[in-house]
Design a protein around this ligand. Structure first.
Ligand code: ADP
Length: 800
């Protein structure tokens, strides 16, 4: 209810569109109402179903409707009318000699004579419609309903799309043709106008639809000239009441002109549809057209094979006409799908599978029938056991052939229907062109992953980049790999991988969501690794795909390698400059006070103050040196983590007492859950992590306030979360990501006087992650920050 309200709201929301929409819906609903009325009037009612035409020997039966009373009575083409509606045929028909054509809609009863002189009679009164007649009518109604539902659904889904309005109208016209034709046969003469109107316009509607559907023709969509295609139909419609209808009966020659015109319209429309397919410049158009064409073929091929040709050849259809009409429903389904869908791939899988499995079935049936024929022909000369043996051999052969047959057909279908939609040289070239102006690793990885995933239509793609520390970091992840939960096992797999699962070998046997692992190696140095999932369509990777991947890999390697060199050099530069600057400040003050002490001999109090200054500065310098050493260890991959089972509260208390000593302005609140399980960590490193967070909490709340240290157990998750909260200056959302990188310090008026190297959080993050944990924060500017550290408990190691 709510949904439909939204849809209608959407329909009328744009002021300038409102009028058009109302007119369109009014027209649509009127056509719908008329068609429904016609259906209701005619369903179940018998009709004489005959057309008489005049040749030079007088009136003769021209056509007999398939499920009509006339055909039930055995009346055939060529029979001659004797009596109509109780008067001699000649008298009755005299009025219609000008039109030369009379439709049986106006006959209540009729007697004809065949070439053998035998009389046949039909009368409306007292007769009922045969079940075939009813089922044909129901089939017409069904097809109309399919057209209506799809037409309205597509229209409501894409109300602003011209193609969807055209499809909706086309569907309504099909319903009108089917219903008016039926009701006319039962004697409702006004229906002829509706039928002529609908049959004249609908081929051109179809042409219009195909002309404007492709996205390449957006401009044509709004060009009023396109409406010129309705000119022939308009002329016909104007002329029809004047010269096309005599005495309420359509004139033969004019009817032929109309049919010819409609035929031309349909032919041009099909031509445009085929042209759209072959001339498509965008993948989307090609796919759209493929869907439309396949659905038309699905309707027309069985229709011709089972109905049209058999009728033409043997005068009898294989499939009852009432069923063959149902096949037409494939057409609106395909057309509607082509408009609505953005992701055309799903139907691609469907089509491909249907084609493949259809062909496989045919091949297998052919093989089996050939063997059975052989068996039958040899029956005389073989004993029963030999025959059974032969059956077994045939069965085994069919089984053995199944695999190769399927592969062969798959390759063939891929070649025919799914020719590579890209030129791999062009893609590689354009990737390398677009990579050249980019110089940051993130931008590059986005381009590399985007191009690969898009071109190959992958369900997921992820690029891991070698960080300074030697570990892999996610550069960009898309689709199925976007989820961090999927990246972790992938990282583990990468660190444990061997040659056998690297590209060009497939990695699918070690991990089902993975197709290829492509190491990006520049010389001796691995700069990253590209992980690809299978394609969305589950198609195999073709040889062109593999060439493309090789090309992408080498272009990506070169680009990433050079960006990394630049990054390393600039990091080293920053490192040296920050390190020397940060060490220099305490060293200067140490040298200064030591010099003072040597040259003067101050009193006890001053002496103590100077010595305290020297002590504090040496401590700062030593912390800085420790930090630098830690960073260098992390980045050279030489950091040594020794995990042991540790009581968490001891570590926390220790860090806390150090922090308390450093300040008198702050109030510390401790909220450590009693009976915490032991954690599996490197004691010293965890101490550094918590110590750093506490010292930051002190440093960055210069006006004092509460600092809360908490630790809580999450037994179900098998970890403990330690947090440090302060009421200080806080951190803006824009800084959160960079906070944990080397040398990143936030520059704000509030941080001006606060000393630091920008290494503490980087080290804290590296240590936490090396121990299997995670670190993150929540913060509000000027309100305070809370840093969280998740540490695995000891019992998680066994299962993890
Ligand atoms: P520093 O040596 O500069 O403190 P860190 O790596 O420990 O280096 O922190 C990086 C930056 O993060 C700091 O410069 C500071 O701007 C910000 N920061 C860290 N902790 C807090 C906090 N508790 N409140 C506000 N800002 C913080």
């Amino acid at each position: 209810m709510n949904h439909s309200k939204n849809v209608f709201y959407r329909l009328f929301e744009e002021e300038h569109n409102r009028f058009k929409m109302i007119v369109f819906l009014l027209l649509a609903f009127c056509i719908l109402a008329v068609s429904l009325t016609f259906f209701i009037l005619s369903i179940g009612r018998p009709n004489i179903g005959i057309t008489l035409s005049m040749d030079n020997q007088g009136w003769t039966v021209e056509r007999v409707g398939p499920n009509s009373l006339s055909s039930q009575a055995g009346i055939q083409k060529g029979d001659r009318p004797v009596e109509i509606n109780g008067v001699p045929a000649g008298t009755f028909l005299a009025r219609y000699s000008r039109s030369g054509l009379v439709f049986g809609a106006m006959f209540r009863d009729l007697t004809v004579v065949d070439s053998n002189g035998q009389l046949k009679s039909v009368a409306l009164e007292g007769s009922t419609l045969s079940w075939q007649g009813v089922s044909e009518q129901m089939a017409r109604l069904f097809v109309s309903v399919v057209f209506w539902i799809i037409g309205f659904y597509v229209f409501l889904k894409r109300p602003r799309n011209v193609a969807s309005s055209l499809l909706c109208l086309f569907g309504l016209f099909v319903g009108l043709i089917l219903s008016s034709n039926m009701v006319w046969a039962t004697g409702v003469s006004i229906a002829v106008y509706f039928e002529v109107f609908a049959t004249s316009i609908s081929p051109w509607l179809l042409l219009h639809f195909f002309l404007i559907l492709p996205e390449e023709r957006t401009r044509l969509r709004n060009n009023p000239l396109v409406y010129a295609i309705y000119l022939p139909a308009t002329i016909t419609l104007v002329l029809f009441p004047i010269i096309g209808l005599v005495d309420g009966q359509p004139v033969l020659w004019f009817q032929n002109v109309r049919y010819l015109e409609a035929g031309v319209g349909l032919l041009v429309a099909s031509g445009v549809a085929v042209f759209n397919y072959f001339g498509a410049t965008s993948t989307r158009t090609r796919q759209q057209m493929k869907i439309v064409l396949v659905s038309c073929l699905a309707a027309l091929i069985p229709f011709s094979v089972l109905n049209l040709f058999p009728v033409a050849i043997w005068r009898q259809s294989i499939l009852l006409p009432e069923f063959s009409i149902l096949l037409v429903s494939f057409i609106p389904i395909g057309m509607g799908y082509a408009i609505i869908t953005q992701k055309l791939m799903d139907i691609d899988i469907f089509i491909r599978r249907s084609v493949i499995y259809g062909l496989i079935t045919l091949m297998m049936v052919a093989i089996m029938s050939a063997s059975i024929l052989l068996a039958v022909s040899l029956r005389e000369s073989l004993e029963i056991p030999q025959q059974i043996l032969m059956a077994l051999v045939v069965g085994a052969a069919a089984t053995a052939l199944f695999g190769p047959v399927r592969n062969g057909i798959e390759v063939m279908v891929d070649k025919l229907l799914y020719k590579d939609r890209y030129d791999y040289r062009r893609i590689i070239q354009s990737l390398s062109t677009s990579l050249s102006p980019v110089n940051d690793l993130n931008g590059m990885s986005r381009l590399i992953v985007g191009t690969t995933a898009h071109t190959l239509n992958l369900a997921g793609c992820c690029l891991f980049i070698k960080a300074q520390s030697g570990s892999f970091e996610v550069g960009t992840a898309q689709g199925t790999f976007a989820d961090a939960g999927k990246q972790k096992p992938l990282l583990t797999l990468i660190s444990l991988r061997n040659r056998t699962i690297e590209f060009p070998n497939s990695a699918s046997n070690v991990c089902s969501g993975l197709a290829f692992l492509i190491p990006l190696i520049a010389g001796e140095k691995e700069v990253g690794i590209l992980c690809l999932s299978p394609k969305v369509t589950r198609q195999h990777f073709s040889s062109d795909d593999k060439y493309l991947l090789q090309g992408i890999a080498s272009v990506a390697t070169m680009a990433l390698h050079s960006a990394m060199l630049v990054r390393d050099v600039s990091i080293r530069d920053t490192f040296v400059s920050v390190a020397s600057h940060e060490l220099r400040t305490p060293l200067t003050s140490i040298v200064g006070y030591a010099d003072l002490l040597l040259r003067r001999d101050p009193s006890g109090v001053t002496r103590k103050r100077w010595l305290k200054n020297i002590f504090d500065s040496s401590q700062r310098a030593s912390v800085m040196v420790d930090d630098l050493l830690n960073v260098s260890r992390i980045q050279s991959g030489k950091a040594n983590i020794r995990l042991e089972s540790v009581g968490l509260s001891d570590v926390l208390e220790e860090a806390l007492s150090l922090a308390k000593e450093s300040t008198s302005k702050h109030v510390f609140i401790v909220d450590i859950e009693p009976d915490l399980p032991d954690v599996l960590v490197d004691r010293e490193k965890l101490g550094q992590v918590v110590g750093n967070l506490l010292s930051n909490a002190v440093k960055y709340s210069p006006n004092g306030g509460h600092i809360t240290l908490s630790a809580h157990n999450e037994p179900s998750e098998r970890h403990i979360i330690v947090s440090v909260a302060d009421e200080g200056i806080g951190i803006g959302p824009e800084d959160k990501d960079l906070l944990f990188t080397t040398f990143h310090r936030i520059q704000r008026p509030e941080t001006q006087g606060i000393r630091g190297s920008g290494l503490g959080l980087y080290i804290a993050k590296e240590w936490t992650e090396a121990m299997g944990g995670e670190i993150w924060l929540k913060s509000k500017l000027n309100k305070g920050s809370t840093f969280f550290v998740e540490i695995p408990t000891q019992d998680s190691s066994g299962t993890g």
